[in-house]
Design a protein around this ligand. Sequence first.
Ligand code: 13P
Length: 263
Amino acid sequence: MADHRTAAARRPLISGNWKMNFNHFEAIQFVQKLSYLLGKDDLGEVDVSIHPPFTDIRSVQTVIDADKLQFALGAQHCHFDDTGALTGEVAPVFLAKLGVKYVIAGHSERRELFGETDEMVAKKVAAIQRHAMTPIMCVGETLDEREAGQTETKVLGQVHAGLTGRTAEQVASMVIAYEPIWAIGTGRTATSDDAQLVCAAIRAAVAAQFGAASAGALRIQYGGSVKAGTIAELIAQHDVDGALVGGASLDPDEFARIAKLGR
Ligand code: 13P
C-alpha cells in the first residue's frame, strides 16, 4: 500500500513528558547526559522533544542553546490567554519567548485532574498555534469506555472538538497523541494493532474533515507505557508517527534507547 503520509509526517517524533518530575538542576543533568547518548546520526532521523516542568524550561533552554543540542524544547501545558488576572497560569507567549517548540494540550491528567474540557483544549490548540508553536493534542479513552466499545466515539469526538476552528493548513502542522488512559503509567500498552487501528481512525477522520493533504502531513503519536521494548513494533505501524513517553522518559538511558529504536 502506498504511504499516504508526507516525508515530514514519516519522520518520527519521540517526546518525553516528564510530568511533575525533576527540579532544574536535575533537568540540566538529564539533558547533558542525553546529549552524550544520542548522536547526530540518531537525531538526523528522529525528532526528540523534552517537556520539563515550567520551572526547568529556562535552564534546559540555556543548555540546549549553549551546547547547540538538537533536542526540541517542549512544555506540558499552558493557558490560552496571552495575559490576565489568572494566578498561577502560564501564557503561551511566554513559552514561545523561551524557544519552546511543542506544547502538550489536553493531556488526560489535565482533563481528569484539572477539569480541562474539550472547549478549553480547542482554545489552547489555537493559542499555541497563534504563537507559532506546535500543539501535541492528547486524546484517549478510559478502560470503561474501551470495554463498552466506545473507543472510536470518544477519541474521534475529542479530535473533532479539539480541532474546532482550525484550518486545513493549521491541522497539517499539528501533532495528535493517542494515549489510551488505561495504558498511562500502568505498564499496560495497547497492542501495536490496536494503536494502529485508532491512529488510522484519527487520520481518516482528519482526512474527512480537512482533506487528505492535512491528514497525510499530521503526525500521530502513541502514548501509554511506551518502553524501549515496545517502541519498535509501535513505530512500525503505518499510522504511528512517534511516541509520547512518560515514565520511561525519566531515565536517560531508556529514553535514548527509545529514540534510537523509534527511528
Ligand atoms: P507513561 O509512559 O508513564 O505511561 O505516560 C504516558 C503519558 O502520559 C505521556 O504523556
